[in-house]
Ligand binder design. Structure first.
Ligand code: AG3
Length: 278
């Protein structure tokens, strides 16, 4: 007998993955949480039916959400992650020796517990002495930290359930205020093929708040359409003027100085529609 999990990416499109074993299925106070052992991608974390991360392709997303902002900032000492309870982004952030502290603010502590139990390759980073896990609402928590962060990384779910407000203008104003004068942030912003309207709106919000506002992409096999995007907002530093030496020295599988630069080059139609000139 075969068991398949399907993420319904749109009304008319799904990605199906054959499941070897279901390791955990739980209704938390915030969302439905599952950890599945799959043949193709290893262990897979699913929230409300959406694939969050898999053992085999998580490195692409986590390297790209962490190293692009951290090599753009000259001295990233204080880093804050919103969401990302699996620990993958924190693991990559900790590769930067300039980072003194990384705080992970996760609203759903069941996600952290599931990752600690089933995804040690990601969650082990949370035990590092420089890492701190805070169980709180990220948007509320940020309000208590004016000007305190060098880099903020929004590693949220898609805008459903608890993450809806993390895609609204008010939240990005809070992010702006929580950043130090040279601060910058990155937020996951869904698929350039399937979510163009959302990305256009987000970029509009970020452009109204930050002098540098750009979109970059990465190829992630298990996310809808396979091409994923990140929006970056920065008070001073431009991501194409970054520390290439530091980028080259990082131990990575996807990220490199060349990938860093190339990620900001958008397919023509998307570039024109978003009016993104580098
Ligand atoms: N957070 C973003 C996952 C979005 C995937 N969307 C989807 N499958 N529809 C990932 C968390 C990893 N730390």
């Amino acid at each position: 007998m075969e068991f398949w999990f399907t993420e319904k990416q749109t009304e008319h499109l799904g990605l199906s993955v054959r499941v070897h074993k279901s390791l955990l299925i739980e209704q938390t106070p915030f969302q439905k949480l599952a950890v599945l052992e799959t043949y193709q991608y290893g262990r897979m974390l699913v929230l409300d039916g959406a694939i969050q991360t898999t053992e085999r392709d998580e490195f692409v997303y986590h390297e790209m959400i962490a190293h692009v902002p951290l090599t753009t900032h000259r001295r990233p000492g204080e880093v804050l992650v919103i969401g990302g309870g699996d620990g993958g982004a924190v693991r990559e952030i900790l590769r930067h020796s300039k980072v003194r502290r990384v705080r992970l603010v996760e609203i759903d502590d069941r996600v952290v517990a599931a990752a600690r139990r089933f995804l040690p390759g990601l969650s082990q980073a949370l035990d590092d002495p420089r890492a701190e896990v805070v169980n709180a609402d990220g948007a509320e928590y940020l309000r208590t930290l004016p000007g305190a962060c060098d880099v903020i990384i929004v590693d949220s779910t898609d805008p459903v359930g608890p993450a809806v407000k993390l895609f609204e203008a008010d939240f990005f104003r809070t992010v702006h205020d929580a950043l130090a004068p040279e601060g910058l942030f990155v937020a996951q912003s869904k698929s350039p093929y399937l979510d163009r309207g959302l990305i256009r709106d987000l970029l509009g919000i970020v452009r109204s708040l930050f002098p540098v506002a750009l979109l970059y992409t990465a190829a992630i096999p298990t996310y809808p359409s396979g091409l994923w995007s990140f929006v970056l907002g920065s008070k001073v530093h431009h991501p194409l003027t970054f520390d290439e030496g530091r980028a080259e020295k990082l131990e990575t599988r996807y990220y490199s100085p060349e990938i860093h630069r190339a990620a900001f080059v958008l397919p023509r139609e998307i570039r024109d529609e978003l009016n993104q000139a580098q």
